[in-house]
Design a protein around this ligand. Structure first.
Ligand SMILES: [Zn+2]
Length: 294
């Protein structure tokens, strides 16, 4: 008998606990701070009407809520969204009525950092081919600042690079310092290279990079092409060590980085996969130099 009583008490207790939990779950709108828009309390509705009375109409007068066809008794049971429909002036935007749909992250919000791989001084019959093969494998675009006299020797490599989606830009005819030669020679350096690029690819370049990064207002005034420098210097031509090329990239790369390398040294081709893998890991998107400067 005693056992049965205890069982009954325990069962009732369990039911009470379940009921209390259920009750809390089904009626969150009764709790402070969780505001139900379709079933506002009378206080909330009256507060809303009081708010409407503070709004001025076009002529500067207060809204005459009482003149509207709402009686106090109706107000008590009228859902807030109906009240708004009756009372709101035309330009009053109703933001509370609808639940805000969850915003999807836009493309901008998850925008990748951008980087441009640039290769100077080619084309080179062996190294440029190797670099193109790696870029093809990763489906990555790059920009080649070519030397005019090399384009004349190996036009098919330049054409292949252009066909594979890479950008071809001008790096002068014979790699002279453009700030130290007369204007007519600067023009020859740039224009002859443009013609060689056009002959190889069917397209004139829109950018040039002055040899040694040496330029000035006079040189710039001689061409309509955009001057493109770099902001990540791998010094690959100097140390010829793939590990160092990667280390300089790691040290200097940032969003909108323009990485300077040279497609005339085999060590640069050796370094390329590691450089690309690092940049992919760091969530960089690869673009051409002109895409970066758009
Ligand atoms: Zn150069």
């Amino acid at each position: 008998m005693k056992k049965q009583i205890w069982k009954l008490i325990a069962t009732l207790g369990l039911i009470a606990v379940i009921f209390l939990q259920f009750n809390i779950k089904v009626s969150p709108q009764t709790q402070e701070g969780s505001y139900s828009l379709t079933h506002p309390s009378l206080t909330q509705q009256l507060a809303y009407v009081a708010f409407l009375q503070t709004i001025k109409d076009d002529t500067g007068n207060s809204m005459d809520v009482e003149k509207m066809t709402i009686r106090q008794s109706e107000l008590a049971c009228m859902p807030l969204y109906k009240l708004k429909k009756i009372c709101e002036p035309a330009d009053f935007t109703d933001q509370e009525e609808k639940e805000e749909p969850q915003k999807k992250p836009t493309v901008d919000a998850i925008k990748k950092k951008k980087v441009a791989l640039t290769f100077d001084d080619g084309p080179h019959p062996k190294v440029t081919e190797r670099i193109l093969a790696v870029l093809r494998q990763y489906d990555i675009p790059a920009t080649f600042f070519v030397i005019g006299q090399n384009v004349e020797k190996y036009p098919q490599i330049v054409q292949q690079a252009a066909d594979e989606g890479h950008e071809i830009a001008n790096h002068s005819w014979s790699h002279r310092n453009l700030t130290k030669i007369p204007n007519d020679q600067v023009l020859v350096e740039l224009n002859q290279t443009n013609e060689a690029i056009y002959k190889a690819t069917g397209k004139y370049p829109s950018m040039y990079r002055p040899p040694y990064g040496a330029t000035n207002a006079n040189v710039r005034s001689l061409t309509s092409m955009e001057t493109v420098m770099w902001n990540v210097d791998t010094l690959d031509w100097k140390h010829r060590t793939p590990e160092k090329t990667l280390a300089y990239v790691k040290e200097q790369v940032k969003d909108n980085g323009i990485i300077l390398m040279h497609d005339i040294h085999s060590e640069t081709a050796d370094a390329l996969e590691a450089v690309i893998n690092y940049l992919i890991e760091q969530n960089y998107e690869f673009v051409t130099a002109s895409e970066l400067l758009e």
